[in-house]
Design a protein around this ligand. Structure first.
Ligand code: HXC
Length: 291
């Protein structure tokens, strides 16, 4: 990210303590960097401690401050509890960014139950487990906090070829709206960002293997381009930072109006593919899983 394109003053996030799930890579790392640069203590979780430590060290070398990595697969509710216990030993959280996700492009008829669960267990269940574990503590301790979930524009129209993700993220959109009302009275607020295409290594490998699929979105997008990382970081900072406390229950698209132009789906071009092409794409994607 071009860090000098952040819109906010230094020190804005001082005193904030934020957990970013999936914070070691991709969009999670970008948001972690922004919060850190602006003064927050950031906790990041993911499956690989080595990757988390590498990211934490790199960001602290660049900006100072504190980033702490926790190896935690959010499909495992017990592991989440242990992580939140460890975080609370240093002090309570003031915010959570539900960013961790899993996804791969596939014909729905090719999915096994395990394939569906691999995605829905992360996105649908895991996001709820994290929210529940942190939310219960905040309510018991009467503390205010901001929750932000990273969704996609598919939450409104669904999307072909990524059905488990579309179903799961739509569920988290409903969680955002529901808990905004139920837990708003505790000072807990819930918002979401629906990004359009922000290319990352993991996203390209699983959603556009061999360059097929989502890349066409650049030409289809009204602004003729994909998103830039500092744009996402600015919106996330606005929603997580002090001064936006009355923003609650909202899902905000950041996609150059791609949703209005294309209905939010990126994979219309895949309808023409045959069995061999799908098989080749599946092999390419599986070669990148858990990277
Ligand atoms: C069909 C597949 C498959 C594929 C895996 N499976 N890949 N089926 N096509 N390409 C099936 C397997 O065959 C298996 O079912 C089951 O899924 C579990 O596979 P594992 O490899 O054991 O899963 P696991 O190691 O848990 O990997 C999780 C993952 C993987 C979700 C499948 O993609 C991953 O680790 N992703 C990391 C995070 C990520 O995806 N980030 C990008 C998110 S982008 P069987 O029946 O064989 O046992 C995003 C939104 C993008 O979310 C928005 C863009 C606008």
């Amino acid at each position: 990210m071009e860090i000098d394109r952040l819109m906010f003053r230094d020190g804005l996030m001082e005193g904030e303590r934020i957990l970013v799930t999936g914070g070691g890579t991709g969009l999670g790392k970008v948001m972690t960097e922004a919060f850190l640069k602006l003064g927050a203590e950031v906790h990041i979780c993911g499956r690989r401690q080595g990757k988390l430590d590498e990211t934490a060290q790199q960001l602290m070398d660049a900006h100072g401050g504190t980033v702490i990595g926790h190896a935690c697969d959010i499909r495992d509710a017990d592991a989440i509890k242990a992580m939140v216990d460890a975080i609370w030993e240093r002090g309570p959280l003031t915010g959570v960014v539900n960013n961790a996700a899993g996804n791969f492009v596939s014909r729905t008829e090719d999915l096994s139950v395990n394939g569906f669960n691999a995605i829905s267990d992360i996105v649908f269940r895991g996001t709820f487990y994290v929210t529940l574990e942190v939310g219960k503590r905040l309510i018991a301790e009467k503390r205010k906090a901001s929750f932000l979930s990273i969704l996609t524009t598919w939450v409104w129209n669904g999307s072909a070829f990524v059905v488990p993700s579309a179903m799961s993220k739509a569920g988290i959109n409903a969680m955002t709206q529901s808990l905004a009302v139920e837990w708003g009275r505790y000072g807990l607020r819930f918002n979401a960002i629906a990004p359009g295409l922000f290319p990352t290594k993991g996203m390209s490998a699983r959603l556009s293997p061999g360059g097929r699929g989502g890349n066409s979105n650049d030409e289809m997008n009204p602004m003729g381009r994909h998103g830039e990382m500092h744009e996402l970081a600015n919106l996330a900072t606005f929603l997580m930072g002090p001064g936006a406390e009355w923003v609650n229950g909202q899902t905000i698209a950041i996609d150059g109006a791609g949703y209005q132009a294309t209905g939010g789906t990126f994979w219309g071009t895949l309808h023409g593919l045959g069995d061999e092409e799908w098989s080749a794409m599946r092999d390419m994607i599986k070669g990148t899983n858990a990277q």
